[in-house]
Structure formats: C-alpha cells, structure tokens
Design a protein around this ligand. Structure first.
Ligand SMILES: *Cc1c(COP(=O)(O)O)cnc(C)c1O
Length: 405
C-alpha cells in the first residue's frame, strides 16, 4: 500500500535521509559538547565533528574547508552575503545586479538594501527563465559591486548560465554571489570551474535537517571580505557568531557526503520518473510546460492546466498528492507566482500551474498513482467548470493570460 499523500514537493523541502539522521543523533546526547569549548574532550569531540562536516560540505562544491561559514540556512547565508558585501564594499560603489526570478530571500534582502541606499538592477528573464547575458553586460556600471544570480530556480528548475555570468563578473572585477540552494547535491556545482565567489546552500533541500546551511566565501583570487551580520563571540572566524548547531552541522556534512556519492545516478533515476510524470500530464488537453525543457534540474517540472481553477485542484489533491501551486507560498498569500509571471504567463495560467519535484525516495508506483489521481481530478473539476463547458462548445473566452506560446 502506498503511503498518502505521495510527496512530490521536494523543492519545498526534502525528508531527512535516515542515514543522515543516524549520524546526527549522538550529537544531541552523548557528544553534546559546545564546539567552542577548548578545554575538555566533550568540547573537542563536538569541534572535531564540525570540522569533518566542514570538509564534507566544502568537498561537495570544490571549496576549501576554511571557506565554509555555517549558518541557520540559506536565507541567513543570503543575508550575510548580500548585506555583508554591501557594507564592506559600499565605499567603492552601491550598485547590485540581480534577477526578477530570484528567491524571496534575495529579493527581500535587496529591497532592504535599497532602503539603506543601494541601487539594484533587477534583470528580466526569457520564456525559459534565463537572464540575457547582453542585458547583464549592459547593466554593469563603475559602481557595480555585486552580481547575485541563482544557480537553479526553485519553481521551474531553470539553470542559469552560471559560467558565462561568472566570466562577465570576473572581467569587470565584480563579486559574484550564487544562491545554489536548489542545485547543490542535485547537479555538479564547483565554485572554481563555475567561477563563484560566494555561494549559499541549505541542508533541508538536500535530505539533511532544517535550520542549517552554509555560505561559501572565496579566500583567494579574489579574497572576498564581508561585514558580519551577527555579533557576539566571534565564531566562524568572526563571520557568524553564535554557538554552533553541532547536530545540524553534522547532518549537513553527512547530507553533502551522501549527495556527492550518488548525485549522477540519482539524477538519472529522478529524471526518468519526472519525464514519465511530465509526459503523461502533458498528454492532457490544455496542459503546458512552464519554462525550459532542457536547461533545468533533472527532478522538477512545472505544468499549467488550462480551464482548471488552480486553487480547487490543489485542494482536491491535498490528501493524495503533495505538490505546490503556481502561487507564492510567502505568508500564505494567493498572489500568482512572480516567477511564472516573469516567464510570460498571465495571472490565470499562473494560478492554474503546479510544481512537481521528484525526490530520492520517490518510487515508480508513486508516480503512476500521481498520474492517475491528477488526471482523474482534472477531469472531475473540468466537468464542473463553466469555462470548460464553453471551451467544449467552441467558445473561447479570451481572458488576458489564457494565451500560451
Ligand atoms: C529554500 C530556498 C532558500 C531558503 O533556504 P532556507 O534554508 O529554507 O532558508 C533560498 N533560495 C532558494 C533558491 C531556495 O530554494
């Protein structure tokens, strides 16, 4: 018997891998030490475990252990990167370039910096969700101190042309920060070959625990300097004070190790399941893929179902298939997704869109169940929908936004 709901929301969060949890558990009880306690073995044990995790985390992204700063997650890492760079380099310039499809953690931090005097350029994206490199070059000014572009989008999975972006940043000696929260552990990410100066990642998006993440800070060529955003005690080389979350950090390290070992096989397996799901759902009348079919994460798809009220579809599936709607999850508002709008969807198509994220523990049986359930639910909802009736009668109501290329 399948356990319901079938979980296809692995971009929102992933379950903690049992192997990761088992590695963490002794650090709550037996090895409960404070990693900053340098005068007894209980402290040494905790500190040693943190340093192993630092190596594991660094290794996954091709960094040095000394370049990893542990944080409470990607949101904190993003805040430290953007605010820390702005405060440090503000005398040199106040201009930041980012894109309109970044995660709210980046966009809201940029809005905050605008209040503090920063000038921010928000680059548009094409129908696939990618920025245009010519736009990026044109946006650069003598005052530009930072380019912040994500590795992979959390709603549609689009991969940005990271190496081209970093080459442009390098050419102009501008720091490049990359929110790689959705990419690390899913696709190969290497801060050197990718040319990344600052990178945010989060454990709970890669089968680790919630509430822990890291910021990578390049130490050489160039050495990136930051103003700390958390004072008190000088932990993490003064970049992030506060007693370290030892069990969480141990979990992050283990999650990185597991991801590094299995990434390519897992990607292939999840892509197969994703493609199976996507292929079946796109057979339905009025179903459209949002974003790019190629330049994207292997486990994500985002599909619009025309003539189906998105909210009703979500509600009808809530007990059987766990997925996300094309609406902002932020603070439970019902605004249509700004990412889907940015790639050209109107409000109604954005509202009628669903995001599916296959994961490490997704089975083929679950995908078959999801296909059958979603297909049936859409048929039921359409049978009750006046829009669908009109469509069947050959009357097209040309709502703004119901077009699709
Ligand atoms: C989840 C996510 C974040 C926020 O990560 P937390 O660790 O939950 O704070 C930031 N950026 C992207 C792209 C994400 O997917």
């Amino acid at each position: 018997m399948l356990q319901l709901p079938v979980y296809l929301d692995n971009n929102a969060t992933t379950p903690c891998d049992p192997e990761v949890l088992a590695t963490m558990l002794p650090y709550f009880t037996q090895h409960f030490g404070n990693a900053a306690s340098k005068h007894h073995t209980i402290g040494f044990t905790a500190n040693a475990a943190v340093e192993v995790a630092r190596e594991q985390t660094a290794h996954l992204i091709g960094a040095e252990p000394g370049e990893i700063v542990f944080t409470s997650g990607a949101t904190e890492a993003i805040n430290l990167a953007l605010k820390g760079v702005y405060e440090m380099y503000n005398p040199k310039g106040n201009h930041i370039i980012t894109s309109i499809t970044e995660h709210k953690a980046v966009l809201d931090t940029c809005h905050h910096l605008e209040q503090m005097g920063a000038e921010v350029t928000y680059l548009p994206v094409d129908a696939a969700g990618r920025i245009n490199l010519a736009d990026l070059k044109n946006a650069i000014k003598p005052t530009t101190i930072l380019i912040s572009i994500m590795y992979a989008n959390n709603e549609i999975g689009t991969l940005q042309p990271v190496r081209d972006i970093s080459a442009i940043a390098r050419e102009h000696s501008i720091i490049f920060f990359c929110d790689a929260t959705q990419a690390v552990g899913k696709v190969p990410v290497d801060v050197n070959t990718d040319g990344i100066d600052l990178l945010a990642l989060s454990a709970h998006k890669m089968y680790g625990p919630k509430g822990v993440g890291a910021l990578y800070v390049r130490r050489k060529q160039p050495r990136v300097r930051l103003i700390a955003q958390m004072d008190g005690g000088g932990h993490e080389k003064g970049m992030r004070s506060g007693t370290l979350n030892v069990p969480g950090i141990v979990g992050l390290g283990k999650a990185c190790e597991v991801a590094g070992q299995n990434m390519l096989d897992e990607g292939t397996q999840q892509q197969k399941l994703r493609d199976q799901l996507e292929h079946a759902l796109l057979q339905l009348e009025g179903a459209y893929l949002n974003g790019s079919k190629v330049q994207r994460l292997p486990h994500v798809t985002n599909i619009a179902f025309k003539y189906v009220p998105g909210g009703a579809l979500m509600a009808a599936l809530s007990k059987t298939v766990a997925i996300s709607a094309g609406s902002a999850c932020t603070a439970g508002t019902n605004e249509p997704s700004y990412v889907l709008k940015a790639i050209g969807l109107g409000d109604e198509m954005a509202h009628a869109s669903l995001r599916f994220g296959v994961g490490r523990f997704t089975s083929e049986e679950e995908i078959q169940f999801a296909i059958t359930t979603i297909t049936g639910t859409i048929a039921t909802l359409r049978a009750e929908s006046p829009l669908w009736e009109l469509h069947k009668d050959g009357v097209e109501i040309d709502h703004e936004g119901w077009h699709h290329p």
